[in-house]
Design a protein around this ligand. Sequence first.
Ligand SMILES: Nc1nc2c(ncn2[C@@H]2O[C@H](COP(=O)(O)OP(=O)(O)OP(=O)(O)O)[C@@H](O)[C@H]2O)c(=O)[nH]1
Ligand SMILES: [Mg+2]
Length: 330
Amino acid sequence: MQKYDFAIIGVGTAGKRILEKISYKISDGILLALDDTEWRLSGNRVKEIRLNVNFERTSKKIKLEAYKVGKSLVEEVDGVRNIVIVSGLGGVFGSSAAPIVANVLRESGKRVLGISIMPFKFEKSRLFRAAVALRKMKIACDGVIVIGNGEFIEKAPKTPLFKAYELENEWIGNFISKLFDRENIYGINSGETYRLASEGNTVLGVGVGEGTGMAEEATTRATLSLRRQSGSDAREALVYVVGWKEISLGDVSTIVTTFRGITCCEGEIKVGYYPNGERSLTVYALAAVTETKFDEWDPVQKILKDRELDFDVYADMSVDCEFLGIKVLD
Ligand SMILES: Nc1nc2c(ncn2[C@@H]2O[C@H](COP(=O)(O)OP(=O)(O)OP(=O)(O)O)[C@@H](O)[C@H]2O)c(=O)[nH]1
Ligand SMILES: [Mg+2]
């Protein structure tokens, strides 16, 4: 059996779709998808694990089943140090299962990075659940990267939803596949990404530029995307530049100055390059920020400020005595 040193796990529908994209982009790493739906991914790179919760599809039940499956996930990723858990938050499945799976893996000694996709603002009924799940992910993981569906990229308002998802999944898949790219000597190593993501609030923005001025255009778009998601200045950043292989020192300087100018970042801005045959540049900007606009979606926490209500990731999970090997006396 081939030995890998990282695993990427997609949880819920969005997580599963993104894993499918990743499976066409990278040839190493363990790829797993955890969901309760029957549709199968194309190809056979992703190992699909189906939770059977059809008759009782509640958050409680999903959590308990995810906890049980967590133990077998630990075996699946035996020997692997770095784990990435990607999921859309706001639905029932990913919001319930992702923090549990993250916690089980972290308790087994893994280094866990969460990539959490937040709903569009119009998905009103999902915002609170997503914000609560995000707080749980922050507790369960070593670090979390947040991506706001609505602000990650600029889309024409008439773009059909499935196309917008498709496009976002492509970008997110591209970004994740760069995290463990060891071929590019000017890349950013995964340890730096894990460290930045552990700094509190870490947000991802993306932008593309073409023609002369592509470096400035791509950076401006990525940075504006960051600003829409956070509102606050960036403290520190990692910038992944993908595409045009003849990027110059002048371009790098433009990227850093443009980024600093728009985000008022006073800390370090590290740039990594991932050249390919494209005649355009795509900039993925990852920034540590003081606050995000997603914090506003959780009014309870706003009132409580730093006091916790009940953010145990296992909260409201019913105890399955048989599973835990406890005998119940009647
Ligand atoms: N980027 C992206 N976001 C998605 C996609 N599908 C759903 N989302 C977003 O992710 C959030 C969670 O959606 P799902 O992943 O469908 O939810 P789930 O975890 O499967 O939960 P259930 O709805 O209970 O099945 C939604 O509010 C959407 O905003 C997708 O393919 N790509
Ligand atoms: Mg689903």
